[in-house]
Ligand binder design. Structure first.
Ligand SMILES: [Mn+2]
Length: 475
């Protein structure tokens, strides 16, 4: 393919020549005869001519199939040049913005007159790969530091949150991998073990051993690492650790020798995948399968809080993993018991302004609540779900949304932080409030009245900071 580049800058010309030459037949058109001679002597295919004249392009044999690149350095508008190219029959036109900070408005301005042109900014084209490369170096440095710090320890503990989910389990496995340790030299443990069906299925299929430890035993280890959780979660029982890797918002009130907390990541497994890649660790099929499943499940297959890094990690792990095993693990999510709570929510739940709210009453296990909240978020007309239930004399509330409205974590903090624990991300959050404290604040609300009360809070929250005309019509 033939490519005609209309440029003013030496560096841009040399760069385009280097990038395009293997696949394109490149010719440069410059205004200055001096520059043309210099570049010609350097072996480039350059012509000097006035780029604002139509006959320049007619002489250059421009056809509709020629790819034309016009450098826009922000000094002089390329309008005249673009007009001349159009008059000469050029249709495949790219404008390359160099050194233009607000290239979006420049793009708009030019597109108003030349709607068919494509605008590319140099910073956008090269920023991605360059920043990925740099951030990988920063990660490598960080990982090497904690690897050294853990290397001489006899007993290492990798501690997960209670009822470890796929993200916690996979992150534990991956960290053991980064630390170059085995089951004997680094144990993966939790204060409360694995009971939910999908988590049980995962530990069985991938043969992951999660030991039980008490908060007092944690102090017996030479080094302690936390993944997918931060010390505040343990309510003061653990306040000093060696390493924290997590994607939940950073919490104050503890000390850690090393930490890597990235609240904009969809899963802790994404962070661990980057750690493994940064030090060129060998990722086993088992670890890749666990990580891939974790990213998939923590982001609900990219339906909630996922960004480019999660998708990057996913595509890196995919060829290394066992897809059949993942399908087997996923099958464990739907159980008869869970469907009963889905039905209960259907009978007693309420939906107003695309907010689905349900109270499940007393439930034997906590996982029914987030399961139902996730389930109803899949419905076409649902934008928020707020599902609560009572487990062991505590009100448990799971809040979900599609991630582009107000913050779910803020919602639970606003109403429940003063009487229990409440927190989470933009798209998912949780509150745990002792039943007695809940009743003191909101009254002894039950069944339908409970649903109404919570629904009213959610709507009040969603209406704050929102101009009346932006409000959704009542469903
Ligand atoms: Mn997680």
């Amino acid at each position: 393919m033939r490519c005609l580049a209309v440029c003013q800058t030496d560096l841009v010309i040399r760069m385009l020549d280097e990038i395009l030459l293997p696949s394109f037949e490149v010719e440069f058109l410059v205004d200055s005869k001096l520059m043309a001679r210099r570049l010609h002597e350097a072996g480039l295919n350059v012509t000097a001519a006035d780029p604002r004249r139509t006959d320049t392009y007619l002489k250059a044999d421009l056809t509709p199939g020629t790819c034309v690149i016009v450098e826009d350095n922000g000094r002089r508008s390329p309008r005249k040049i673009l007009g001349a190219i159009r008059d000469a029959g050029g249709t495949l036109v790219y404008v390359l913005g160099v050194g233009i900070s607000d290239f979006r408005s420049r793009e708009e301005e030019l597109k108003a007159q030349f709607p068919e042109l494509n605008y590319l900014a140099l910073s956008e084209l090269f920023g991605g790969p360059l920043l990925t490369e740099f951030s990988r170096s920063i990660t490598r440095l960080k990982v090497q530091q904690y690897q050294r710090f853990f290397s001489d320890a006899d007993r290492v503990l990798i501690l997960l949150h209670n009822e470890p989910d796929p993200d916690a389990l996979a992150s534990g496995l991956a960290l053991r991998n980064v630390l170059r340790r085995t089951r004997q030299t680094a144990i993966i443990a939790a204060l409360e073990g694995v009971t939910r069906p999908e988590n049980v299925r995962m530990v069985n299929l991938l043969d992951i051993h999660v030991e039980r430890v008490t908060a007092a035993q944690v102090a017996e280890y030479d080094r302690v690492a936390l993944v997918d959780v931060q010390p505040h979660y343990f309510g003061g029982a653990i306040d000093k650790v060696d390493l924290v890797i997590d994607h939940h918002p950073e919490q104050p009130g503890y000390s850690a020798v090393f930490k890597d907390i990235r609240a904009d990541y969809g899963s802790t497994s994404t962070i661990l995948t980057e750690h493994l890649r940064a030090v060129d660790a060998n990722i086993s099929e088992r670890a890749a399968t666990a990580l891939l499943y974790a990213i998939k499940s923590d982001t609900l297959f990219f339906n909630r809080q996922a960004n480019r890094v999660d998708i990057d990690a996913f595509s890196y792990l995919y060829p290394l993993s066992d897809a059949a095993l993942i399908r087997k693990m996923e099958g464990a999510e739907i159980t008869m018991e869970r469907l009963e709570y889905v039905l209960k929510a259907k009978q007693h739940g309420r939906m107003v302004e695309q907010v689905f709210c349900a109270f499940l009453g007393t439930t034997p296990r906590e996982d029914f609540i987030p399961y139902v909240a996730d389930f109803y978020l899949q419905l076409e007309d649902v934008r928020w779900t707020v599902v609560s239930g009572i487990v062991n004399d505590s009100v448990i509330m799971s809040v979900r949304n599609l991630g582009y409205s107000r913050n779910a974590g803020e919602f639970v903090r606003k109403y429940f932080a003063d009487i229990g624990s409440a927190g989470g991300h933009r798209a998912m959050a949780k509150a745990v409030v002792p039943l007695r404290a809940f009743r003191e604040k909101f009254g002894n609300v039950q069944a339908e009245a409970f649903t109404e009360r919570v629904l009213a809070m959610a709507l009040e929250f969603l209406h704050e900071h929102q101009p009346p005309d932006k409000r959704l019509v009542r469903a």
